[in-house]
Ligand binder design. Structure first.
Ligand code: 5AD
Ligand code: SF4
Length: 433
């Protein structure tokens, strides 16, 4: 064999894209990954379509790559991910330097598409084939760091009125539990200690008659796997057995990302969320009864069409009631083809102002939750050297970034006493033993 070709992947958007990019890199066996697009023979942009800004980034990045193609005639450029799915061949019309377009459900066909693109033939695949793409995406078994993502479910049947996911990722599909367990065992053999199960609607997981709770209980039986997390969840799929698992499964970490999007029932109804603010708050109470120290996180959209100041005040009131350890908040962005894009839009300046007010409140809550950790003892999985010499950094059970000044190897799970809180991280000391 000759020299391996060089692959550069840029990943945008969510954690599922991070996982997909890893699988794509492994499946392209004639390539080694490089850290800069300048050295590459194949550049893949794994894209996100969730908001307009995310989608536009792709075209500005493609514009920047133009010069590279002039200097390296062997360079091929591919667009993967949700923009590829949503726009398909339109991408090549808008930016002719693109050689390959592949949607999220067709990644197992990437090696074949790459070969076509090399030969200068058309390479577009945005089908929704029936086979489990991940079964065909098995590649090299390289050693891994202590944490990994593992996609168990894809797609969404909820059709929130603002969201493109049901169109770009398709209908809900769960992977069979035995494949998930096999992949988890394989990751653990390669050094992984913490697995985050991924899905657009991960708690809707239904592999055969397995629920997510059953899958988690089964994963917890794997020796060497120390921590389990999952994301992202929908309130309506928070089943009794999953809530119970939070109280019973020690390896399931006390952290939950449970987006509510808004606090006004009028807005929630127009978003097609199929729950109310009150039912969400009651759900949180039940989760906290099962696991009192759980750290909650959420997603919020402000300036959804026809949102009034009174509606927005109800979002602030809900945030005050719940108390979030962290949260993501976004200004509504109309997405082509979704129902809400056709409706009367909120004045952008008003939406900006609401976003600022919401973010100020969420930041205060995040700081307060973090500051309250000082003096407590938590588990920390160490991952990498910290920013200062002699430091090691990792994540706490509650997903706070923690650093200690001590000699502790990556992959070690240790008890740490928290001694200080800075805006985005905690300082601590290793406990004895
Ligand atoms: N505009 C703004 N935010 C959106 N999200 C999804 N679609 C949109 C949109 N059109 C947010 C939601 C979701 C998160 C992943 O992105 O809050 O939970
Ligand atoms: Fe989008 Fe999540 Fe709603 Fe599904 S549940 S439509 S992925 S916001």
């Amino acid at each position: 064999m000759g020299q391996p070709r060089k692959l550069f992947i840029r990943t945008y958007g969510c954690q599922m894209n991070v996982y997909d990019s890893e699988r794509m890199a492994e499946s392209l066996s004639g390539y080694e990954q490089v850290a800069s697009p300048d050295e590459a023979d194949l550049i893949l942009l794994n894209t996100c379509h969730i908001r307009e800004k995310a989608a536009e980034k792709v075209y500005s990045e493609l514009g920047r790559l133009k010069g590279l193609k002039a200097t390296n005639p062997d360079l091929r450029i591919g667009v993967a991910g949700c923009v590829a799915q949503a726009e398909g061949a339109e991408i090549m019309r808008r930016q002719p330097l693109v050689d390959l377009v592949v949607g999220p459900q067709s990644y197992h066909r990437l090696p074949e598409l790459e070969a076509r693109a090399r030969e200068g033939r058309q390479a577009i695949d945005t089908d929704f084939p029936a086979e489990d793409k991940f079964e065909h995406l098995r590649g090299r078994r390289a050693a891994r760091g202590p944490t990994a993502f593992l996609t168990v479910q894809e797609g969404c049947d909820k059709f929130c009125a603002f969201c493109v996911v049901p169109y770009t990722r398709g209908a809900e599909v769960s992977r069979p539990p035995e494949r998930v367990l096999a992949e988890a065992r394989d990751l653990v053999e390669r050094g992984v200690r913490e697995i985050t199960l991924l899905g657009q609607n991960v708690n809707a997981y239904h592999g055969g008659d397995w629920s997510l709770a059953l899958l988690i209980r089964s994963l917890a039986g794997i020796d060497g796997l120390e921590r389990i997390r999952y994301t992202t969840s929908h309130p309506n799929d928070m089943s009794d057995d999953l809530i119970a698992a939070h109280g019973e499964v020690e390896k399931l970490m006390p952290y939950l990302h449970l987006p509510v999007q808004a606090g006004s029932d009028r807005v929630l109804k127009r978003m097609n969320r199929k729950h109310t603010a009150e039912s969400y708050v009651r759900l949180i109470e039940r989760i906290r009864a099962a696991r009192p120290d759980i750290a909650l996180s959420g997603d919020f959209i402000v300036g959804f069409p026809e949102e009034t100041e009174a509606d927005f005040a109800e979002t602030l009131a809900l945030v005050e009631r719940v108390g979030y350890a962290s949260a993501f908040s976004f200004k509504y962005s109309p997405r082509p083809g979704t129902p809400a894009a056709e409706r009367a839009q909120v004045d952008p300046a008003e939406a900006d102002d609401r976003l600022q007010r919401l973010q100020a409140l969420l930041t205060r809550q995040q700081r307060a939750t973090q500051d309250a950790m000082v003096g407590r003892e938590v588990g920390v999985l160490f991952e990498r050297p910290g920013r200062m010499p002699g430091q090691m950094a990792g994540k706490s059970d509650h997903l706070h970034a923690v650093h200690v000044t001590a000699d502790v190897a990556p992959g070690m799970l240790r008890r740490v006493r928290i001694t200080g809180s800075a805006p985005n991280s905690l300082a601590g000391e290793l406990c004895a033993g």
